[in-house]
Write a protein that binds this ligand. Structure first.
Ligand SMILES: Nc1ncnc2c1ncn2[C@@H]1O[C@H](COP(=O)(O)OP(=O)(O)OP(=O)(O)O)[C@@H](O)[C@H]1O
Ligand SMILES: [Mg+2]
Length: 249
């Protein structure tokens, strides 16, 4: 496989493609229209931030992108593969093969060591052909943590370290798409910066990233900011890149 390049080739399917995506929770009087028709294309190597008021549908959108939830209407494709609405197992497979997800609350498994947490996504990965899967040592190095942490449990590391381990875990299946829902939401400024430096580095290496955030400083790391309001995309921006990195040419 050639390294992902910043300039997308015309034939390459977008990493994520959403068309007319609507999501309604509940029925009748208790209906909530979380998404009301979203079109979004994320191309290989893009770093996208999703912002918007609380309740505007950001997490719903991210969960649909991550094949964790299905739309009530509309189409979703990951790497050109349609995400099936009916089959949970097919969707789980797509997710385990192609998606990395970082949660605000880390969600590491406490009874496992850091190493075992990092190995777990690979256990669930059924189709490994053609994929170079990183070792726990490689993963922990990518998030700039010492290998000594591998033998500890999540209760024996700090919050900042836990989130970096969670990013490492999200990379364990060599995903096409790396998603984060408020990944810095539980961190102080210093740890937030450390986490964002890792996302920046992954982005420079060609990763395709979509982060939900309330924090404008976090959004500044992205090349595209998608503003969501009341279940719709209301506008898009391209902030100047803080690291002075080149934008699209
Ligand atoms: N499982 C659910 N059942 C019913 N309603 C839901 C469910 N999940 C979300 N909603 C509703 O859908 C709407 C969008 O929720 P969502 O979690 O996507 O918002 P958000 O933009 O991520 O908000 P926040 O910034 O607070 O995390 C909200 O009105 C929410 O109450
Ligand atoms: Mg949310």
């Amino acid at each position: 496989m050639s390294a992902p390049s910043a300039t997308t080739t015309t034939r390459e399917a977008p990493v994520a493609f959403l068309r007319g995506v609507a999501k309604t929770y509940g029925e009748g009087a208790s209906e909530v229209h979380a998404l009301r028709g979203v079109d979004l294309t994320v191309r290989s190597g893009e770093f996208v931030a999703i912002m918007g008021p609380s309740g505007s549908g950001k997490s719903t959108l991210l969960h649909i992108l991550g094949c964790m939830d299905v739309p009530t209407e509309g189409e979703v494709e990951i790497d050109g593969v349609p995400v099936p609405r009916q089959s949970d197992s097919e969707r789980t497979r797509l997710r385990s093969e192609r998606i990395g997800f970082v949660f605000q609350q880390f969600h590491l498994l406490r009874d496992l060591t850091v190493r075992e947490n990092l190995e777990l996504p690979q256990v669930y990965l059924r189709r490994r052909e053609g994929k170079h899967l990183p070792t726990p040592e490689q993963l922990i190095r990518r998030v700039r943590l010492p290998a000594a942490l591998l033998d500890r449990h999540p209760t024996q590391i700090s919050g900042g370290e836990a989130q970096r381990v969670a990013i490492a875990r999200a990379l364990a299946n060599a995903p096409s798409l790396l998603l984060g829902d408020e990944p810095t939401g539980n961190l102080d400024t210093v740890n937030s910066s450390a986490v964002m430096r890792i996302f920046d580095q992954l982005s420079r290496e060609g990763a395709t990233i979509v982060l939900v955030t309330h924090n404008p400083e976090v959004a500044e790391h992205a090349q595209r900011v998608v503003r969501v309001g009341d279940g719709r995309i209301v506008r898009e921006e391209r902030p100047p890149h803080p690291s002075g990195q080149e934008g699209s040419g």
